[in-house]
Design a protein around this ligand. Structure first.
Ligand code: PEP
Length: 248
């Protein structure tokens, strides 16, 4: 089954109103590559303005709470994201797992809340450097998959992003063989959801993707797209990644 390439920008805590022009340039370029689904996840403060500027292109959040509402100062609920026009949300990014102590169970609860609110989900997994160096990366990531992927996933609204923590924002990238081995292992693990689901779920790679390395990374059989941090902040850096995905 052909899986449509998916290239997603994670703006993290970057961007102010003036940055919407950059998103407009990205979405305008993406219009020329309909074979690739291009989304941007800006900070919460920009979602509304970016949805208005995106002319139907997907805009998402970078996190959500697992509750639909309540006394959780500073948090944003999944139905609030949907209400403002977001169509997706990232959950379980390593900067949330590590910096905010989110467990696999927390991530699963957030993913379930997002799916219940009608959002698509990108669920992140990835190992720290010492685990990669000790040879335990696949086991570590498959434990995260088993613990954080919800019991029911619709591949039309659910993707996994494999992001080795040591590759995020560092310029370091795993070998192509290591990326292929990890993505293949994740897909095999998804077979517990049924063969059709396992084949249809998109598995993105994330970690220092740029215009130079995107074609090689996205050319790996089980790599269905990219989650991009730093290189998604400007059209000049992000569009070449979209073009690489379109050229495959
Ligand atoms: C990310 O944090 O999701 C990410 C992949 O960052 P970068 O592309 O900057 O490594």
């Amino acid at each position: 089954m052909a899986r449509r390439k998916y290239v997603v920008g994670n703006w993290k805590m970057n961007g102010v109103s003036a940055s919407i022009a950059e998103a407009q340039a990205i979405f305008a370029a993406a219009d020329g590559h309909p074979a690739v689904e291009v989304a941007i996840c800006p900070p919460f403060t920009l979602i509304g303005a970016m949805v208005a500027a995106a002319r139907g292109a997907p805009v998402g959040g970078q996190d959500c709470h697992s509750a639909a509402s309540g006394a959780f100062t500073g948090s944003i609920a999944a139905p609030m994201l949907a209400d403002i026009g977001a169509s997706l949300v990232i959950v379980g990014h390593s900067e949330r797992r590590e910096g905010f102590g989110e467990s696999d169970a927390d991530v699963r609860a957030k993913a379930e809340a997002a799916l219940a609110a009608g959002l698509s989900v990108i669920l992140c997994v990835g190992e720290p450097r010492e685990v990669r160096e000790s040879g335990g990366a696949i086991e570590f990531v498959l434990t995260q998959v088993a613990g954080s992927v919800p019991a029911n996933v619709d591949p039309a609204r659910f993707a996994i992003a494999y992001e080795p923590i040591w590759a995020i924002g560092t310029g370091l990238v795993p070998t192509i063989d290591d990326v292929a081995a990890m993505h293949g292992a994740i897909r095999r693990a998804l077979s517990s959801y049924g063969a059709e689901t396992a084949q249809a779920v998109r598995i993105l790679y994330g970690g220092s993707v740029n215009g130079e390395n995107a074609a090689e990374l996205l050319g790996v059989g089980d790599v269905d797209g990219a989650l991009v941090g730093g290189a998604s902040l400007t059209a000049a850096k992000f569009v070449p990644i979209v073009e690489a995905a379109a050229g495959l």
